[in-house]
Each structure stands twice: as structure tokens, then as C-alpha cells.
Design a protein around this ligand. Sequence first.
Ligand code: HEM
Length: 160
Amino acid sequence: MDFEIVTMRVAHILAGVIWAGSAIFLAAVLDPRLKALGPDVQRKVMASLAAALRVVLEGGATVTILVGLALVIRMGRFDDLLDTGWGWAMMVGLVTSVLALTSGVAATSTWKRAAGAGGGPSTPEGAEADRLSARATLLARSTAVLVIIAVGAMASARFV
Ligand code: HEM
């Protein structure tokens, strides 16, 4: 058993599970429930979760991508990237992961801005906060879809 490769796989898969699981939970469970509870509750909860979300989403994404790239190199398969089905699956995983990290960063910072916009209903600040939180919802959904594609690419890589 190659201890180094196994350790890297565990680190990669664990970080990926934490990242993808949180992104999907956020978009599919938490965000719709918070919306149903109204903008006040939604903004308060998202503002208090912002720092933790940064660690889980951005930290998880960074570890997943960096250890994933290190795995490709350590497995000696860098030249396979554009040359085999496995390599193309890795490329799909890499591109969707980078896009998911980008939209995840945009979602958390948009939520932060929405929480800071304040203002009650029927005020310009309130309308701006609503617009920002609608955009954050869209970004969170895009992130979830992108990580699902990345997981699919990873899981099928060795069979294509
Ligand atoms: C959402 C992002 C990602 C998730 C959830 C994820 C998850 C996984 C999982 C579950 C496996 C095990 C698959 C298997 O053994 O059949 C795996 C393997 C692997 N992943 Fe990822 N991954 C992600 C992104 C990436 C990225 C960006 C790279 C870098 C190109 C990468 C590189 C690898 C490599 C090299 C393997 C080993 C494949 C093999 O043994 O044939 N992953 N990943």
C-alpha cells in the first residue's frame, strides 16, 4: 500500500465531502428555509454564519483542488490530462471545481453585503438587500450544481 497516495486520497475526499456537502446543504436546505422565515431572520443567520461558511466552503475547496492537483502529479498522470478519458474527467472536475470556488466566494460576499444593507420593507436599502440576497441564492445554487458535476466527474474518472 502506498501510504502517501492513500493519505492524499483521504485528505482530498474528506475536504471534497465537506465542501460539496456544505454547498449542497446550503442551497437545497438552509437557504429555502431561511427565505420562508423572512428577510430579517435570513440576514441575521447568514451574517452570523458568514465566517464559518468561508472556512468550510473556501477552505474545503482550496484543500480539495490543491490536493487533487498534487494527486494527479504524484500519480504520474499529468500527461494523461488531455489524452485519456480519465484525464478529461479530471479536467471537467478541475474546471467545475474552480468555477464552484469562484461562485462560492461570490455567494458568501454577496450574503455579507445583503446582511449589511439593512433597511426595512419598502425602503431603498431594503430593496437593495432583497436584490443582493436573490443574487446570493442564485450563486449558491450555481455552486451546488457545479460541485455535483465535479463529484460526478471524479466518481466516473477511472471508468471512462
Ligand atoms: C468538488 C470537488 C471534488 C470532489 C468532491 C472530489 C472527490 C473525489 C473522489 C470521491 C475521488 C475518489 C474517486 C475514485 O477513486 O474512483 C476523487 C479522486 C481523485 N480526484 Fe477528486 N474531487 C474533486 C475535485 C478534484 C480536482 C479539482 C482535482 C484535480 C484535478 C481532483 C483530482 C483527483 C484525483 C487525481 C483522484 C484520484 C483518481 C484515481 O484514483 O483514479 N479532484 N476525487
